[in-house]
Write a protein that binds this ligand. Structure first.
Ligand SMILES: Nc1ncnc2c1ncn2[C@@H]1O[C@H](COP(=O)(O)OP(=O)(O)OP(=O)(O)O)[C@@H](O)[C@H]1O
Ligand SMILES: [Mg+2]
Length: 247
């Protein structure tokens, strides 16, 4: 059997609603199609909803794991294309700040997972202690930004906090909901103009996904757009990003 990568990556953002969960779930499907064994960790521990993207209803979730009632293998649910999801809880604010002990339970249960290529962590927006923690344990950090000026400002804030709290210097930028490549590049340039000036970090323009109404059509039906619309622009753009991930 070939060697698995065992790579944890985190998809995060400053502002909410920029498309993190949408990117994570569709990315996992594309990677699955490339024979990359992929898990999703829904790390939005108080408003988790990645299972909704797939239309699956998990019986157990990360709360049962943290409370020691279930092992990780028992809470994992399978989505389309063989993706495996570690589901979160919804509407429970008690996990908005994980204690050291709870973090340790989580970390040791990740070690129980069978061999895999990618563990993609979908975080909540903003700069809570959980977001910092999940980014700190990831090999690569991806920040999703949109052309919305508020998203730009909040991205800068999140990069700054992650850099200060984890010492990380490398951040991958995915621009979502751009009109075209030019607008995506402009967004990237705007952020680097500020980070170059004030922070000792390196940003990599990892790729962009255009604004695509087929995404909304699929999302409303609780379907993955890459599956429903294999030829739509957003799918092609995400495939490019995934090609880079496995390169
Ligand atoms: N490229 C795109 N084109 C059109 N619509 C998009 C695009 N990307 C995401 N969306 C839509 O934007 C909305 C928000 O996406 P999503 O829930 O993935 O964001 P999020 O960053 O995970 O939000 P939250 O911060 O609340 O977790 C969804 O309705 C999704 O279908
Ligand atoms: Mg989300």
């Amino acid at each position: 059997m070939e060697k698995r990568r065992k790579k944890t990556i985190t998809i995060t953002s400053g502002k909410g609603g920029v498309g993190k969960s949408s990117i994570v779930s569709n990315m996992a499907y594309v990677l699955g199609g490339m024979k990359e064994s992929t898990y999703i960790l829904d790390a939005d521990l108080s408003l988790g909803n990645i299972d909704i993207m797939f239309g699956v209803v998990p019986q157990f979730n990360i709360k049962d794991l943290i409370q020691g009632k279930k092992r990780i293998g028992e809470i994992v649910v399978e989505g389309p294309g063989g993706i495996r999801i570690i589901p979160s809880t919804s509407g429970v604010s008690e996990y908005s700040h994980l204690s050291l002990e709870e973090r340790n339970i989580l970390l040791s249960s990740f070690l129980e997972l069978p061999e895999y290529d990618f563990l993609i962590v979908d975080t909540s927006a903003g700069i809570s202690s959980n977001v910092v923690y999940f980014n700190a344990i990831s090999e690569d950090i991806f920040i999703v930004v949109t052309p919305d000026p508020a998203s730009l400002t909040d991205s800068y804030a999140v990069i700054k906090v992650l850099h200060k709290n984890t010492g990380r210097k490398n951040f991958n930028i995915i621009v979502n909901m751009a009109r075209d490549e030019k607008e995506a590049m402009d967004v990237f340039k705007k952020i680097t103009r500020v980070t170059d000036r004030f922070l000792d970090v390196y940003l990599d323009f990892y790729g962009y996904i255009p604004m695509d109404k087929n995404i909304n059509v699929a999302t409303r039906k609780q379907k993955l757009w890459v599956e429903q619309f294999p030829d739509t622009l957003a799918t092609k753009a995400l495939q490019k990003i995934c090609n880079r991930l496995v390169a």
